[in-house]
Design a protein around this ligand. Sequence first.
Ligand code: K7E
Ligand code: RUQ
Ligand code: CUA
Ligand code: CA
Length: 647
Amino acid sequence: MSQKHTTPHSGLPDDSRRRFLNKVAFTGLAGAGISFGLAACKDDTAASAVAATTAHADTSGAHGGDYSVAPGQLDTYYMFSSAGHAGDVRVFGLPSGREFKRIPVFNIDCMIGWGITNESKAIIGTNPDGSLKYHTGDTHHLHPSYTDGTYDGRYLFVNDKLNCRLARVRLDTMECDKITQLPNIQGFHGTFPDKRDPVDPAINRSTRVFCGAEFSIPLPNVGVGIEDEAKYRSLFSCVDVESMEVRWQVLIDGNCELVASSYDGKLAATTQYNTEMGAKYEDMMSAEWDSCLFFNIARIEQAVRDGKFKTYGDSKVPVVDGTQAANADPKTALTCYVPVPKNPHGVNISPDGKYYACAGKLSPSASLIAHEKVLQWFDGNLKEPREAVVAEPEIGLGPLHTAFDGRGNAYTTLFLDSQIVKWSIDGAIKSYQGDKSVTVVVDRLDVHYQPGHGFTSMGETRDCDGKFLVSDNKFSKDRFLPVGPLHPETSQLIDISGEKMKLVHDNPVSSEPHDSIIIRRDIIKPKQIYELDQFPNAVRGPQESGVFRDGNKVTVKLVSQAPAFSLREFKLRKGDEVTIVLTNLDKIEDLTHGFAIERYNINFIVNPQETKSVTFKADKAGVFWCYCTHFCHALHMEMRSRMIVEA
Ligand code: K7E
Ligand code: RUQ
Ligand code: CUA
Ligand code: CA
């Protein structure tokens, strides 16, 4: 199997389409009045050096070669992806790219009954009248909990940028079990759990989740102080892994975007593209320099314990002061603002814990910040925060997110160039120190088209294995059969085990994954069957089923056992407030039943040994068939009950 590598300069048919997209992107930027000397980088310097080496067919045997997963075989990795404004989380297998499951989180899902059952409504949150508080969400960043610097298979945390919520997904059931709303902020974007406690060495696992707020708002946001945009603020938040309560927040200058956490637990980082604190995009990109902002976790928590905080509005969450003016002395500072070129976006820590790579939309470079040097600054041993930057290679246009292979290379997505650029960390550091003989950019691969995140197998852990990179591309354009105006996106699997990156295959993905993580399959230990006792309202057998009336409040308890529900029928009166409690008594793996009520807008499933409930008003008289929606048995169609509502 040989793989053709193309370059932006190769003149292959592919080229014109790539250029078209580039031009569109540039026109937009030019219209915005940007000039930052990108032309040199684009056509001649960095790119052409690599063009010479990539414009040939790869016949090297460096790559494994066989990526197929034969029928009946299992994938070697799980890939968990966010879903953007679809609001869910998706589970795929790699290397096949097959989609296994969508985990509803902030969206409503009529198959599972997410947003319909009482249990899911309690997690999502309801208004006093019982209606759902939110029906929408926007998931961007998901990261699992860590123990000893690697994934422990407990939880996955995912953000909702739209309504500022953090959700926790249990990895054994792959279901969301908690959602917390963050106060005092808007545009909750970057999300990352910590990897150990900064102080207590016995706590070598995630106990906090860090959350970056991108949009600034008046504090408190209650309709006063709206005119004075200069007073809008953004906060950085910390949520407790177990209780999911917000522990503390930090008031900062500028905004937060993406978030990273250190392996030693001492620091969290966030990129800041709006150090200008502008309310219009022209203002947000007016400064040549923005920042990567570091938080000293131990000092922040000490300040909270010492009572050095305030609160805003109704929120009880302690807010400490991380502004520059209040943190001028490094030895007591809670925050360190490291200047980086304009409008950075991604920030990712290398698997050895030494470097943060951050890169942005409006500079063709990546900045490499040394973890040790930031700690030195906090100790008072580094003059300027900028001295923590140890490399700043020019890598191409529109660099966004960086991934690692554990062999000293970084892989940055180039949104405008539609490429993955592989660069040497060591080479970049030497080059920054003045050694012009070193190679910094070692490979480039075209992707199709306009990548957002790129991420590698186990790449955000100490167990980074350097086997695969997936590029999640925002545009698929001509890569798949057209399906109307809304195209899928392209998720491309790339073998990074050899010297040169090799494109393995394309998968269409429904909009819109942002970040994903690739986990070795042995880490995830999914449950096949629930335990009856997990559910306090479980109906333990047909003998417990029946209709229980208390005035006009009626509870209907029933069980499912293929191919029947324990009640063939149940009688109600029009106007009753009905709660249906259904336990699936089947114990066989994969034997799920559904429960849907005609005309009543009720639909949910119960997995083996699971209990769910729904509450609604019996506002229509008549006979309404309740049927099993989930194919379960040869008599699945016959698996029904009758809801009789008397006038
Ligand atoms: Cu670059 Cu929300 Cu991670 Cu999208 S963000 S791609
Ligand atoms: S029935 S097997 Cu609707 Cu044809 Cu499904
Ligand atoms: Cu039970 Cu289908
Ligand atoms: Ca800026």
